[in-house]
Design a protein around this ligand. Structure first.
Ligand code: HEM
Length: 329
């Protein structure tokens, strides 16, 4: 009996060992002994940054997404160009768009002071996203920790991040490729309840949609008129708009009600409801009806996203400086 039990344990260890970076190795209490104030420290730095930058909570939440979708949550997005790294920061979806790197540096510096060499940059991003959503009025979740930082970046994969011009099928495929389903897609898109978006991502919907050279038919006329004022043809493509004009910096379920009114900003937002026969439509409607249902799913999906191929155990390293690998130039 004892031998049989031992064999089961050995088998489990072998299976886990055969799945490097298995998500179940992340734990909520990972830093309880080694850096018990980690959450508080990140929270303090973020609140400080928020005094001068109301958008920062949204920007940091997006950084975690752009990290996790590119070879897993390994802080690859934070690496600067070097002799061994082609930085993801210059990939199309990130260049002049992803932001918040200095605040990550500040959080990491504060953590290094309190507990040197302990908290990984990938976990700083996960904690920052969790704190940002909560401080904006959104749900809390038991953020799983223990990720290690990678030594490589992948600009090609970063160029293939979900695009605002993707149709629903492509969005579903890109989420499925990292193990996320339709509910994750709809719930995580709800992060567009806060933050800003540049005009260049909506001008095709306003002026020359597909081959027709007409507005996107799934865009509400009143909202289009509003956006035409803000984003005139031939105007400044970098001008900023609120992703959710109803509550620009609050985390709530208004995003879904806007989509129901055909007031989703991005094509990729509106597709979730308006693509012909969209299997995601009932999920949009459910989250529009119930903020509680949205919050519960969002929390679960953030944990799912944070579990994408983490490096754990002795894999990777804990970077001292999030911008470079420890022994890099
Ligand atoms: C479903 C596919 C998605 C697409 C196509 C997409 C695309 C975009 C685009 C084009 C912007 C505006 C960037 C700019 O104007 O510079 C944006 C902003 C944002 N995205 Fe997404 N996104 C997606 C999913 C997500 C997910 C999963 C999250 C987080 C969980 C997220 C969080 C955000 C946030 C918070 C902002 C505002 C950032 C800021 O103000 O700095 N997005 N997204």
């Amino acid at each position: 009996m004892a031998i049989a039990r031992l064999m089961v344990v050995v088998a489990i260890v072998l299976v886990l060992g055969a799945q490097p970076g298995a998500a179940q190795l992340l734990r909520e209490d990972h830093y309880d002994a080694t850096c018990p104030d980690a959450h508080r420290i990140v929270r303090r730095v973020l609140k400080q940054a928020h005094r001068d930058d109301a958008r920062i909570y949204a920007s940091l939440t997006r950084l975690h997404f752009h990290d996790c979708f590119v070879q897993g949550c390994d802080a690859s997005i934070l690496l600067d160009n070097s002799s061994s790294v082609v930085s993801e920061k210059f990939a199309t979806p990130n260049n002049n768009s992803a932001r918040g790197y200095e605040v990550v540096d500040a959080a990491k510096a504060a953590l290094e002071k309190a507990c040197p060499g302990v908290v990984s940059c990938a976990d700083v991003l996960a904690i920052a996203a969790r704190v940002s959503v909560q401080l904006s009025g959104g749900p809390r979740w038991r953020v799983q920790l223990g990720r290690r930082d990678g030594a490589t970046a992948n600009i090609n994969a970063a160029n293939n991040l979900p695009s605002p011009f993707d149709n629903l099928t492509t969005l579903q495929q890109k989420f499925a490729a990292v193990g996320l389903d339709d509910t994750d897609l709809v719930a995580l898109s709800g992060a567009h309840t806060f933050g800003r978006v540049q005009c260049q991502f909506v001008t095709n919907r306003l002026y020359n949609f597909s081959a027709t050279n007409r507005p996107d038919p799934t865009l509400d006329r009143g909202y289009r008129a509003f956006l035409v004022q803000r984003c005139p043809a031939g105007g400044d493509g970098t001008a900023l708009n609120d992703l959710d004009p109803t509550t620009p910096d609050g985390f709530d379920n208004n995003y879904y009600a806007s989509i129901q009114k055909r007031r989703g900003f991005l094509q990729s937002d509106q597709e979730l409801l308006s693509a012909p026969g969209a299997p995601t439509a009932p999920i949009v409607n459910r989250f529009a009806r119930s903020q509680k249902a949205f919050f519960r799913s969002f929390a679960r999906s953030m944990i799912n996203m944070g579990n994408i191929q983490p490096l754990t155990g002795t894999q990777g390293e804990v970077r001292k400086d999030c911008r470079k690998v420890n022994n890099g130039s």
